[in-house]
Design a protein around this ligand. Sequence first.
Ligand SMILES: Cc1cc2nc3c(=O)[nH]c(=O)nc-3n(C[C@H](O)[C@H](O)[C@H](O)COP(=O)(O)O)c2cc1C
Length: 354
Amino acid sequence: MQAQRDHTDVDPGAWIGSITYRSEAVSAPSPAELEGLVARARARNHSLGITGMLLYDGGRYLQTLEGPPAALDHIWSAIQNDPRHAAIDVLSQHIVPTRLFSGWDLQLYRRSKDKTRLSPGVARDMVPLTDHIPATARFALNGDDRRLNALIGDLVGQGWVSDALVTHLLEPTARALGDAWLADDCNELDLTIALSMLQLAGHAIHAGSTAEGIRQRRYSILLATAPGEPHMLGPTLLGDMFTDAGWIVDMAFPDSDEALARQVREQRPDAVDIALSDALPRHHTLSTLRDTIAKSRTASPDELLVVSVGGRLFAEAIATAQSVGADHARKSAAGTSVRLAWLIEQRRRGHLLS
Ligand SMILES: Cc1cc2nc3c(=O)[nH]c(=O)nc-3n(C[C@H](O)[C@H](O)[C@H](O)COP(=O)(O)O)c2cc1C
């Protein structure tokens, strides 16, 4: 039922698209129908370089697909038009540097699956690595960047090579997370954030970082109110969240664009989040915010600064990140640290390639 492919099929240098969605089966498929769907999907995915996993339980589907953006668009439009399911809800969609399911055309999980079975081809000496799956899953589900990095850094320090770590730790952990979702032990948001964290860990491993580099991998953020904005709820709430996720956090309540730019220049954060009021929609501040962002970017010494914005205008999608020249707009605080970590990694990689 499972066909493992050679990892060398996958070009680690190419950026790929990733989409995760959930949907509802129009009528419950029989086991044979489900296997038939997966067999055809797997053949097509293989021919297009698409990998991923499909979870099915009690009338619900959850699928993550990864692959070259054009091929992914092609498959995705077929899936969206498939009459066998409805209520399709996209949970996350982004461009990623590393595949999480590099060896799998389409992995199918169902609740009845024997959870203790290991993937075919797991050699005996790999078993100690699989002992770390529960802790890895727990750290990813808790968004605990610091402990996840410490664990992966230790394993790299013990001499585990990147393919072994991805195949025997990160991929099985992704499956364990799928099981947790099937058992209702976590919700879709937790699952998609946890999968993103595993992809980030995979990226650090593939990038050939040293053990110490992975352990110390920390991002820094300046959480600021927009100059003159008296409502400080957003940065205050985010402060706890980013600190828990292991980031180096600084706060700023500047009274002018220049004061904020000075702080960016001196502290050189990887990212800055500029918050408008969470309570009031401040329409009139949008053009001012655009100027604030432009000045902060100019103040960033290496021009790699990732700029995020938040506040009621963005939560209600009245304004977009693009409309003010930012890279990211918070719809809610949840998951912001993982998304910003992604953007920082993308920015650094783009800088290295240019
Ligand atoms: C929940 C679900 C997941 C699917 N996943 C895939 C997939 O990963 N790859 C794929 O080729 N088809 C998948 N399909 C089937 C496609 O929707 C579609 O039937 C198939 O690609 C043929 O499309 P076409 O007739 O437009 O060429 C899935 C269908 C469902 C209901």
